[in-house]
Design a protein around this ligand. Structure first.
Ligand code: CAA
Ligand code: NAD
Length: 278
């Protein structure tokens, strides 16, 4: 099966790596510019080389996985069987992309989205097929879960097909109906937002908030470090969707989160968030 992954950022690169490492799949990794796609592929090579350095993978295997990923532009996914979109978390931009894909892809190509929070049903509006949510977690090569998000007219046949693919790539699927934030992000991202509130109140330092949640709740990383890993722009986009879709003030994005995103402090991707990554 040929898989087109569009968006070669943190998630797109991780998802491309997952499919490229599975027998029977080949990958086109596309971005808005060829150089961004090349950069995404280089990030995958760096991540694979780390595994080789740690003796967790042999060099030939790392090379084979990398060779199975061809970087390109969105139009290069035209002959793919499955297209997974992992571009910016913005409904208008994603809809524009799917509308252009409709004209170049086969009628039987499956359209999937890695959206963190947006409505799958709305993403499908105006298309000749229903987009399905295939929500991987960061870092995709490590995290086991995939949420399969089912829109208003997703068929059972499509869900079964996705369950099979998720299992083939070694992940575990759960099914969520179309709802803001689905399952994980409705719980996880308000927690990150709350931790930002604790920090903004001056209650504790970033390090102590993270240590508290690591040692007091056994989380693998603290909520502020997690916000930096996810990307504070992505966290804000998810909170905006939860807030605007429900109207519930408990989902209001913290003002400090907005301020940091406006100031370009996006976390690891901008080398600056609650911590520095120089
Ligand atoms: N490719 C392959 N393997 C990788 C990798 C990659 N890109 N990155 C890390 N790994 C592997 C490492 O080789 C290591 O393997 P071993 O345990 O076999 O040695 C393992 O993953 C752990 O990596 P590290 O030792 O470097 O670091 P760590 O132990 O501190 O773990 C972490 C890092 C996996 C990120 C861990 O801290 C963690 O699980 N954090 C929480 C992540 C999380 O909650 N993610 C979900 C975010 S929400 C989301 O994704 C949804 C959304 O829509 C926003
Ligand atoms: P990112 O900012 O790291 O990467 C996004 C990539 O998409 C960039 O390389 C950008 O150039 C590209 N892009 C933007 N518009 C495009 C277009 N029209 N056509 C082609 N490429 C385009 O973002 P990310 O963190 O990888 O998130 C991508 C998607 O995955 C979002 O929907 C996000 O909500 C979701 N998601 C993110 C995480 C996370 O932890 N970061 C986890 C799960 C899901």
């Amino acid at each position: 099966m040929k898989v087109g992954v569009i968006g070669a950022g943190a998630m797109g690169a991780g998802i491309a790596q997952v499919f490229a490492a599975t027998e029977g799949f080949s990958v086109v990794l596309a971005d808005i510019k060829q150089e961004y796609a090349e950069k995404g592929k280089n990030n995958i090579i760096t991540s694979l080389n780390k595994l080789v350095d740690k003796d967790k993978m042999v060099a030939d295997r790392a090379k084979a996985i990398a060779t199975n990923i061809v970087p390109g532009l969105p139009e290069d996914v035209s002959d793919c069987d499955l297209i997974i979109e992992a571009i910016v978390e913005n409904i208008d931009v994603k809809r524009q992309l799917f509308n252009s894909l409709k004209n170049i892809c086969r009628a039987d190509a499956i359209f999937a989205s890695n959206t963190s929070s947006l409505s799958i049903t709305e993403l499908s509006a105006g298309l000749d097929r229903q987009v399905i949510g295939l929500h991987f977690f960061n870092p995709a090569p490590v995290m086991t879960l995939v949420e399969i998000v089912v829109g208003l007219s997703t068929t059972d046949e499509m869900v079964s097909k996705m369950q099979e693919i998720v299992q083939q790539v070694g992940k575990v699927a759960v099914i969520s109906k179309d709802a803001p934030g689905f399952i994980v992000n409705r719980v996880l991202i308000p927690m990150v937002n709350e931790a930002i509130g604790i920090y903004a109140d001056g209650t504790a330092s970033a390090e102590d908030i993270d240590t508290a949640m690591k040692l007091g709740a056994n989380h693998p990383m603290g909520p502020l470090a997690l916000g930096d890993l996810i990307g504070l722009d992505v966290c804000l986009a998810i909170m905006e969707v939860l807030y605007s879709e429900t109207g519930d003030s408990k989902y209001r994005p913290h003002i400090l989160l907005r301020k940091m995103v406006r100031g370009g402090a996006l976390g690891r991707k901008s080398k600056k968030g609650f911590y520095r990554y120089d």
